[in-house]
Design a protein around this ligand. Structure first.
Ligand code: HEM
Ligand SMILES: [Cu+2]
Length: 490
């Protein structure tokens, strides 16, 4: 990679029709995303150090930290992703910024409740709040702590539901229906008009799947809350597990589908070529809209009471869902930059790292969605290995790229030496860090264990050292963003 090799003009500032309220809310969202990311990374580092035996943490505290780390990361991924989507989608449809503000308020209220419930109340059931665990703490936390945690989740979820409903409303007003904004007339050949731009197509998909996910998640949260208050009220645990993993799988996937909009919008500006929605592109997104909803049983492959057909469906569709969007995005990006004389600065480099991280990270995910593999790898470190791969090296770099993009000055980004070295270090350390999870998983080290056997400590320790590098370099990216934040406010 070399800076400033291109004779191309640096891309002009985008012209989203963001009102000042939306612009400021997005700035606040990104600042919170960045700061929460750093805090959550430090919490992640603490539990990794504890697993490696370099830090003594009581198991109960370990699980509190693990719960906050997991739920916090998923929440900030959604906040950052929704900000990317809102920012770029505003170019095409009119969005009401009051909803974005309401989402931020509900998010912060939820975070406060969750932090109190977990660190003061001691709740520590993991980010998946699997029923009936919240009500069965064996004395580790009070019912009230579990209830506050769940109400906090509900608050965050309602905020994102509002964002989805508003986005869906705006898409329907602008394009006539969600089918049209997904480009069905062009996909099925009934219209010769230009297909909707990639941002509109991706947002339509996100709105549909996330709304369903949030309704599912909220249902189980409300049922669990009733169960906490009235223990005689019980419901089917397998049903709850299905709905929770449906929610969790779809929700976290949709955060990537939102952030990838940054690739669709920013790369073409760099290469000076438009990214048009081809029919293959439309087909991939429409296909994923249904498939992402039905592949969640790959989380339940060891629930042997599940119907066999659902397991097979989970495996087969995990393959067919994962690749189309990935391939149209990857090939699309290559086609856009090929011989375009693209300028490799922080933004374009981060976007390329992100594409690589997302694609490479999906491979261990799909491997684990294979029944014969899952029967060995289930609940091993392979699992955090695959999702840290595409989140740490896919989603997070996309958010960093967007942070640089939203705060660049007069269309120019400088590729400062420190940033460049930090990016190399982030990628190398990040890769090593996830490799340690995967390697440990392949050697059957269990996930979510506070105390590790002596023969596992080496992986934990190497990972801890690399995690320090990840945290330091991430702090540099976030610090740069915060220093430039005033540019977003005026
Ligand atoms: C410096 C970076 C990071 C470190 C050191 C770190 C460390 C950890 C550790 C040690 C665990 C527990 C592993 C186990 O099951 O034994 C974990 C779980 C998890 N991490 Fe990270 N992580 C980092 C970054 C991230 C990022 C960027 C995300 C998402 C955006 C993320 C999301 C999660 C989630 C969802 C869990 C699962 C929690 C649960 O099992 O309930 N982490 N992390
Ligand atoms: Cu999944």
């Amino acid at each position: 990679m070399s800076a400033d090799t291109s004779k191309l003009a640096t891309p002009a500032l985008p012209s989203p029709t963001l009102d000042i309220a939306a612009r400021r809310t997005i700035a606040a969202n990104l600042a919170i995303t960045g700061l929460v990311l750093l805090v959550m990374m430090i919490l992640g580092l603490l539990i990794r150090l504890a697993q490696g035996g370099w830090l003594t943490i009581e198991p109960a505290t370990f699980y509190q930290i693990m719960t906050v780390h997991g739920v916090g990361m998923v929440g900030l991924a959604a906040l950052g992703g929704a900000s990317v989507m809102w920012y770029f989608l505003s170019q095409y449809v009119h969005l009401n910024s009051t909803i974005l503000i309401a989402n931020l308020v509900l998010f912060l209220a939820g975070v406060a409740m969750i932090l109190g419930a977990d660190f003061i109340g001691g709740f520590a059931a993991g980010w998946t709040f699997l029923y009936p665990l919240p009500a069965h703490s064996a004395g580790v936390w009070e019912t009230g702590a579990a209830a506050w945690h769940l109400v906090g989740l509900l608050s965050v979820g309602v905020g994102f539901l509002l964002v989805c409903l508003e986005t869906g409303r705006a898409l329907i007003v602008g394009y006539g229906s969600l089918g049209r904004s997904l480009g069905w007339p062009q996909l099925f050949g009934t219209s010769q008009a230009d297909a909707p731009p990639p941002t509109v197509v991706a947002s339509s998909m996100v709105v549909i799947v996330t709304t369903l996910a949030l309704i599912g998640g909220a249902t189980i949260i409300v049922l669990s809350l009733i169960n906490l208050l009235v223990p005689a009220f019980e419901f089917d645990a397998l049903f709850a597990k299905n709905v929770i993993y449906f929610f969790g799988h779809v929700f976290i996937n949709a955060t990537i589908y939102m952030t990838v909009i940054a690739v669709y919008e920013i790369l073409p500006q760099y290469a000076g070529r438009p990214w048009k929605s081809s029919r293959v592109f439309l087909a991939a997104w429409t296909g994923s809209t249904t498939m992402v909803l039905v592949i969640y049983p790959h989380h339940l492959l060891m629930d042997l009471v599940m119907p066999r057909w659902s397991m097979i469906l989970g495996q087969v569709l995990s393959y067919t869902n994962s690749f189309p969007v990935l391939i149209v995005t990857g090939l699309g990006a290559l086609a856009i930059v090929h011989r375009s004389g693209i300028r490799w600065d922080m933004i374009s480099s981060l976007l390329f790292v992100a594409m690589f991280g997302w694609m490479a990270g999906v491979i261990p995910a799909v491997i684990d969605a294979t029944i014969v593999v899952n029967s060995v790898m289930h609940n091993t470190m392979w699992v955090p290995g695959h999702f840290h791969f595409y989140l740490l090296l896919g989603l997070v770099p996309m958010i960093f790229a967007f942070m640089y993009h939203a705060t660049r000055e007069g269309g120019r980004t400088t590729y400062e030496m420190a940033d460049r070295w930090a990016l190399y270090a982030y990628v190398v350390a990040g890769l090593g860090f996830v490799a340690m999870f995967l390697y440990a998983g392949a050697h059957s080290v269990p996930r979510r264990w506070a105390v590790h056997l002596p023969e596992w400590l080496l992986y934990d320790r190497i990972a801890s050292i690399l995690a320090v590098l990840v945290v330091v370099t991430a702090a540099l990216f976030v610090g740069r963003f915060l220093a430039r934040l005033p540019r977003m406010l005026s």
